[in-house]
Design a protein around this ligand. Sequence first.
Ligand code: SF4
Ligand code: SF4
Length: 235
Amino acid sequence: MGKLFNELKEDILYQHGMNACLNCGVCTAVCPAAEFNDYSPREVMNTVQSEDDELIIELLKSDKIWYCGQCFSCKTRCPRGNNTANVILALRRLSIRYGYFTESEKGRQQLFAKRVFGENMLKRGYTLLAENITPAHFPELGENWEYYYEHREEMREWWDVPMDLENSPGSHRVIPEKDMEELRAIYQATGAIELMDSVEKSMEKKLGSKKEVEKYWQTWLETGDSRNYEIKDNK
Ligand code: SF4
Ligand code: SF4
């Protein structure tokens, strides 16, 4: 049993997620993410159950742990009452804590999660604002959304909702400051802030400097695809 596995075992999400896996594959059979990606919850559970740190690290560096959509379909069918979705969350936490997430494309998308969902939450009490849903990132929303996005300033003027996002939550209601303080305290006490910091620091380590992280970020914002930023071999 390795050190990393021992740490995983301490995570309450892991404790609530893993009883014992008999490797039957029912979870993979019902998993919507497994249908479209190189991903199998059975394989994840089997790897974790090996208690082998080397195999777990390989998992933490891979895209696999980021494919789960947290739909909990696997939980309802598992004959052993396992909750793979919870085990996946514990693995993600570990991957971020140790910076392994920077080794995979899906993992590096944690920068988006941190800078958009995380920072919105700490500033305004919402994970996602309409401004964040750019047509380049969400082409599936189609022409209507593209029209709104391009004309949002004039449309908001008709609706009389603020555009000044630095000082307001835009079209969302304002969360009272007292509630915001409580929310930030929860993020602090549960270690979420620490994980958010780890995302920035680990990306800086992976790409070589803060400047490169900003270049990576800009590439993503401008092209809608972080793969357009070339990660050098030595990074
Ligand atoms: S359904 Fe449960 S027991 Fe079967 S492989 Fe998945 S986690 Fe293991
Ligand atoms: S919670 Fe994750 S692993 Fe389970 S069925 Fe849904 S996508 Fe698959």
